[in-house]
Design a protein around this ligand. Structure first.
Ligand code: SPD
Length: 285
């Protein structure tokens, strides 16, 4: 392979020059590959879709984690669904209030590839995190009023991750949250029409089962179109409050290694261009 293409709408896509396939294994769920690319270092793909690159992964992991963990007054008990590369766990572990993380990854091969090919990227040995290799949907269905924050670090809504965008799963997350808890999910690109139905379903499910939904945006060059969305929902916590921004300011002061998240970026990420806001004003599909 000397080039990799990810097609996201017909013949539109992303192309990367590939120097070497450094890992390739078909798991029971998907084809897990790590490619060494010309410009982005190692890149992890699942069934031919980019999950992360060494060079831009910090955006996704910082933005999935810190908005909710700064907005919540005491994020002690967490649940992370997916994220077998360990990047989200790495960011969660930076928060002193975190006491325990139930981490549920369906595919052991993603963990194997990440440990072998991205040394130092993920955190796999923090005593606060307990790893469960199982279907995150079934795991969450068994929980009740247990978590302050649930982070959904799934892949795209095709194949094993499709259920993570569905009404039943969001309802199960709502039941698994403590009062005042927060759910955050990655939620695709507003530019890619193929994913609009999933984005709308997720938004409306979060809104009816959890509470107020705040979609926000960030820039991830190797994801389709480079503009990426995430959704945060809570029935009590307001991510636009001065508490949330002050807490982000303080957190960033003690974490100068952060490369994307800041209090200003947090605030700005919630400003939605009208075409994005309009996606969520129409009915569920
Ligand atoms: N189009 C890619 C969406 C992938 C979201 N999950 C990435 C996992 C990184 N921890």
């Amino acid at each position: 392979m000397n080039r990799f293409d990810e097609w996201y709408e017909g013949r539109t896509g992303l192309t990367l020059g590939v120097q070497e396939v450094v890992f390739s294994k078909q798991s029971p769920f998907q084809l897990v590959e790590v490619l060494h690319t010309d410009s982005w270092g190692h890149v992890l793909t699942l069934d031919g879709l980019v999950m992360l690159s060494e060079q831009d992964e910090f955006v996704y992991h910082e933005m999935l984690t810190h908005p909710a963990l700064c907005a919540h007054p005491k994020p002690s008990q967490l649940c992370v669904i997916g994220g077998g590369d360990g990047g989200t766990i790495r960011e969660c572990c930076k928060h002193e209030d975190v006491e325990s993380i139930d981490w549920v990854e369906i595919d052991e091969v993603v963990i194997e590839a990440s440990k072998a090919c991205f040394p130092g990227l993920g955190v796999f040995d923090d005593p606060r995190a307990s790893l469960y290799i199982e279907d995150g949907i079934k795991f969450v269905e068994r929980q009740s009023a247990k978590y302050d924050v649930i982070l959904i670090d799934g892949s795209d809504p095709i194949g094993p991750a499709e259920g993570l965008f569905g009404d039943d799963f969001v309802q199960a997350c709502a039941k698994a949250l403590k009062p005042g808890g927060i759910v955050v999910s990655q939620s695709e690109s507003p530019w890619v029409k193929t994913f609009h139905p999933n984005m709308k379903t997720l938004y409306h499910a979060l809104s009816s089962h959890v509470g107020n939904v705040s979609p926000y945006l960030c820039s991830i060059p190797l994801y389709p179109t480079g503009t990426w969305s995430m959704m945060m929902a809570s029935n009590e916590v307001d991510p636009q409050s001065s508490y949330a921004f002050d807490s982000a300011e303080q957190f960033c002061e003690s974490h100068p290694e952060l490369k994307y998240f800041s209090a200003d970026v947090f605030r700005a990420s919630q400003a939605l261009p009208p075409f994005v806001a309009a996606l969520f004003q129409s009915s569920a599909s």
